[in-house]
Design a protein around this ligand. Structure first.
Ligand code: HEM
Length: 81
């Protein structure tokens, strides 16, 4: 099944993630931000990089291999809402 942002990806972010990053103008819970096609989907790419290199969330809990695969699949499926 194709991966959906609202159903599959958004629930992976904790409220604290959404709240903290909103202050930095990074809107983890907003489809229009996360799926923004500008800069070759730069927002989705930057978020993925911080999750993969475990710079975010600071101190963890870091995303599991399964969660990271789901996120990557959401991107390769075409950023479905
Ligand atoms: C483009 C992607 C991101 C950038 C540039 C970014 C940058 C930052 C910066 C500069 C801070 C404040 C300084 C620090 O505590 O290190 C911060 C805090 C935080 N970020 Fe991110 N972040 C990104 C993505 C994420 C993601 C994907 C998550 C969660 C899955 C996340 C969760 C958090 C949390 C929870 C804090 C607050 C930590 C605390 O105060 O203890 N961030 N982020």
């Amino acid at each position: 099944m194709a991966v959906s942002f609202e159903k599959d990806i958004k629930p992976l972010f904790r409220q604290i993630d959404i709240d903290h990053m909103g202050k930095h103008n990074i809107f983890l819970d907003k489809y229009t931000y996360m799926a923004d096609p500008s800069n070759d989907h730069g927002n989705a790419q930057s978020v993925e990089e911080t999750l993969v290199d475990q710079s975010m969330p600071p101190g963890g809990p870091y995303w599991s291999k399964e969660q990271l695969l789901l996120y990557k699949q959401w991107r390769s499926d075409g950023y479905l809402p």
